[in-house]
Design a protein around this ligand. Structure first.
Ligand code: GDP
Length: 596
């Protein structure tokens, strides 16, 4: 059957383009159109405070009712894909609303999620938002969006999508950019008309694919998914088919079942085809599991969770100052917190190491891990982290592969040269460059993940805080070779193989030096840089014996391995990387020597 009384959609938007404002407005206005007042009352009397808290805190999904149709709005992680989550979430919906700022136009995150939606053949409603902005340029943005569709190989049908022009802030939408709207009705109507109702077989056995897991200390793990076939009801016996271990079926009774309403979850007794349900009370429930009737336990095929690409060590802070800034400082604290993170984050890996004070945490790029670090620090955890290291793989022929990311960058025109230079040095390949107006250039790079490590800070400095850098994992590709780069004009850093040494030195004073362990790492510094090759004296130390990854001061590091003062000739011999950057134009001689 087709559930004409349900629509399941996702809203896709770049951060700040107005997703939250739009959803709030839809919620507000749907109250007006709600013909069935019971629903609102049900929210009110849904049980005790503990359960209320347990349920409302975690719900990011929303449901609204318009003209007796329930519209479930599924939250998509817009920021970056931390492991196939976007696909999984999009599998629950039958269409998407793409929100695009009428001034900024289509942005990287929009593109990324849109690509997945188009691949899954979902119909798209484009909502050009913020048309009230004085600098709004809706006509151009419409063209940009259509170009993006073409770039992403949209089908003819998908290209023929409806456009809605909105000011979420003012609560208005219209079918044409020349027409002023008066409410959100055009968007509601378009959702009902254009997005197909969910379908399924009510007589088949129950099938609910768990697509997201919420976790909450009151009720524990909560599986969220769509009823694909059959129905689910409280007290029903079901079998949970584990997606990676079909033999590991467990039989459980459903004790608590919820649907979404407004911003809440409300308990229901039964849910049918197309309903988005949340199920608590099953401790051992995982993303990718299918809930089935015991008579016919058939799993729904499931998008595999992507592998991590980058690892960092989270280390107990053992300095005498430990505990001054945080509440949670011990190895136990750190361990418990990291392992509990695995409850919601399926693309994260946490491993214990030989050192009980150090945990290896792997994730989908530096950004993924830095979000975790930031959250933990905000919660009061105090710990040190090592520099991120890339997780390499090998292909069938034993060739080394490394993770590649796509970087989208908006910078003031004047700074684009600097960014291109630096990312090219870091093995980035410039794949797109266009002016986006307002004095900004947009750049697109394909770059090894390791080339981006530590770059964000530098980027902010280089662009005086005006640049925007977004990155997304793309694929594993052939290893791009060693990277040699310098920082701040007077530092040379070499990265070789799996380890890296880099630091920040100015000609006169020593700055911070981070050193990594390993046979092939060299740290070098240039002293007395007056722009002539002859004036350059290289202090090079081979950090072969250094194993202290946490040494953060140059003096500490140099105490462990005193640098040898070398003549230029000797120094050049010492450097075994095949690339040395120009330090200044006059210093080409050095480069030449090495290339010779
Ligand atoms: P989200 O990150 O996509 O959820 O974006 P928000 O809904 O938080 O909106 C980001 C900012 O844009 C907020 O300051 C909103 O007030 C503003 N905003 C949202 N919609 C509109 C709109 O239609 N017009 C204008 N001028 N500002 C808007």
């Amino acid at each position: 059957i087709k559930r004409e009384d349900i629509r399941n959609i996702a809203i896709i938007a770049h951060v700040d383009h107005g997703k939250t404002t739009l959803v709030d407005e839809l919620l507000k206005q749907s109250g007006v159109f709600r013909s069935n007042q019971e629903v609102a009352e049900r929210v009110m009397d849904s049980g005790d405070i503990e359960r209320e808290r347990g349920i409302t805190i975690l719900s990011k999904n929303t449901a609204i009712t318009y003209k007796d149709t329930k519209i479930n709005i599924i939250d998509t992680p817009g920021h970056a894909d931390f492991g196939g989550e976007v696909e999984r979430v999009l599998k629950m919906v039958n269409g998407v609303v793409l929100v695009v700022d009428a001034f900024e136009g289509a942005m990287p995150q929009t593109k990324f999620v849109l690509k997945k939606a188009l691949e899954l053949n979902l119909p798209v409603i484009v909502c050009i938002n913020k048309i009230d902005r004085p600098e709004a340029r809706p006509a151009e943005v419409v063209d940009e969006v259509l170009e993006l569709f073409i770039d992403l190989d949209a089908s003819e049908e998908q290209l023929d999508c409806p456009f809605i022009y909105a000011s979420a802030k003012a609560g208005i939408a219209s079918y044409s950019m020349d027409e002023e709207g008066k409410d959100m009705v055009p968007l509601f109507e378009t959702i009902l008309d254009y997005i197909p109702a969910p379908e399924g077989d009510p007589d088949a056995g129950t099938q609910v694919l768990i697509s997201t897991i919420d976790y909450n200390e009151y009720v524990g793990r909560i599986g969220i998914g769509k009823v694909d076939n059959g129905k689910v009801s409280v007290n029903q016996d079901v079998v949970i088919v584990n997606h990676h271990d079909k033999d590991k079926m467990q039989r459980v009774k459903i004790s608590k079942l919820y649907e979404f309403d407004g911003l809440n979850k409300v308990e229901v007794k039964e849910a049918g085809i197309g309903s988005i349900v949340a199920i608590s009370g099953i401790a051992d429930i995982h993303i990718g599991d299918t809930l089935c009737s015991p008579e016919n336990p058939v799993a729904i095929p499931f998008q595999k969770i992507s592998e991590p690409t980058i690892a960092m060590h989270f280390i107990v802070n053992d300095s005498p100052l430990a505990g001054q800034e945080g509440k949670f400082v011990t190895s136990r604290h750190l361990r418990d917190r990291l392992f509990s993170e695995l409850n919601h984050d399926v693309s994260l890996r946490v491993e214990e190491t030989e050192n009980t004070d150090s945990f290896k945490v792997s994730g989908r790029g530096e950004l993924h891990l830095s979000v975790l670090i930031e959250n933990m620090r905000r919660e009061g955890y105090e710990f040190a982290v090592s520099k991120a290291e890339v997780l390499y793989k090998t292909d069938e022929r034993g060739k080394k592969l490394e993770p590649m990311e796509r970087a989208y960058i908006d910078v003031p025109d004047d700074f684009s040269g600097n960014v291109i230079q630096k990312l090219s040095n870091r093995k980035g390949e410039l794949q797109g460059m266009s002016s986006i107006g307002g004095g900004f250039t947009r750049l697109e790079f394909l770059i090894p993940s390791r080339g981006l490590i530590g770059y964000r800070g530098e980027f902010m400095t280089d662009t005086k805080g005006n640049g925007i850098l977004n990155t997304m994992f793309e694929e594993y590709g052939p290893y791009k070779g060693d990277i040699a780069y310098r920082k701040q004009g007077s530092l040379i850093a070499f990265e070789s193989g799996e380890t890296v040494a880099y630091g920040l030195f100015s000609a006169q004073e020593r700055g911070t030096l981070f050193v990594g362990p390993g046979e092939k790492v060299y740290a070098g510094m240039v002293i007395g840089q007056n722009g002539k090759a002859e004036d350059i004296e290289l202090n090079v130390c081979k950090t072969k014996h250094l194993t202290n990854t946490r040494s953060s001061s140059a003096d500490d590091a140099l105490k462990l391995i005193p640098p040898k003062k070398l003549s230029l000739e000797e120094a050049l011999e010492f450097i075994d990387t095949d690339e040395l950057l120009e330090i200044t134009p006059e210093n080409l001689r050095i480069r030449k020597k090495i290339l010779d």
